[in-house]
Design a protein around this ligand. Sequence first.
Ligand SMILES: Cc1ncc(COP(=O)(O)O)c(C=O)c1O
Length: 381
Amino acid sequence: MRRAGADAPPGLWTVLVILLDDSGGVSVSNRLFTVGPVEVFEDTMQAMNKPMMIHRGQKYASLQHGIVEKMHKVLDTDLHIFLAPASATAFLEACVRCGVHEHMMSLTNGSFGDRWASIGTACGKQVKRVEGQWGKAIRPADAAGKLEPATEAVTIVSNESSTGVLNPTMELARLFKAEADPLVFVDGVTSVGAVDFKLREMEIDALVFGSQKAFALPPGLAIICCSDRLLKVAEKVKGRGYYLDLLEYKKSADKDMPLTTPPISLMYGLDYQLDKMLKEGMANRYARHHEMAEAARAWAFKRFKLYAEKGYESETITVVDSGKLDFARLDKELKSRGFEVSPGYGKIKESTFRIGHMGDLTMKDMNDLFKALDDSLEAMK
Ligand SMILES: Cc1ncc(COP(=O)(O)O)c(C=O)c1O
């Protein structure tokens, strides 16, 4: 089931999505081509609309058990899977708190790479930064020889959401394994569910993501796939705290239980989305994302420039190098047509905007967006 009115002609769409807002006025709900939270379709919203239950009973345990089982299939992995009522950053921090005594290394070529390095510093770890250029991928050659004898773990952002660069995560993970085999933690926040990580070959120690990106759910659930090796290290690391202690999550997960009160509605939604993914088939899902990304790149290339270097473009976020374009104006025009994209981020905020193409969106949605973008740009002349 699609979002009501999504296939209607633009004029009709605007009429159909008019909602009463809190103050009793009207607000228009836009179709989201954002970098997250992304569009959540009506069928998914309905799947979450179930009566509440307590989370210490068999009914809840079956729900969590089923989710973990399906997640293993969807991601083709045997890694441990833990869920937390939090945004993805919680588990990015958990990697640092549980997997690093003192020394870590962070690869960064954008805002989110910087963020993970800063989390390390904020947790009191010594962080060596390997800085890449914004808009360019960090290649194995850039990272080779950078590990120090003391480096216990490395952080890699797979899809850098500020620049729209997809870093060659598999190659980087292989490099580190061959060099000194530190723990390798990967931020998959805007790529898991849209890009095939080939986790069995990648042999990493943590992959972190959240519900509000390519899983096309509302925000509120953080998810981590983590290795035995990371849990083993955690046993000896001090200051893991409680809420972010992966060993506590393991103890609860072994009983199909959450550590704390889970967002049950979101769990219903996740269960539903995993079924949807399995029905679509992950190869088809990855191919759909690739097709949407190619189309977004072609549109961006026709109208402006791409920020990401060729060959390393994101499959979920196209960062349009729009120069002096008045994004506030474009945003207004787009919203008046019932569509929304994301502004630029970090130090390139003023000269870029970002198109999100992930989750349950299809080529039909993309073509609707391109028409709305073209019409909006036309109206701005
Ligand atoms: C690549 C990347 N990492 C981390 C985050 C932070 O995720 P959250 O806001 O769910 O904590 C984001 C959010 O957009 C992201 O795009």
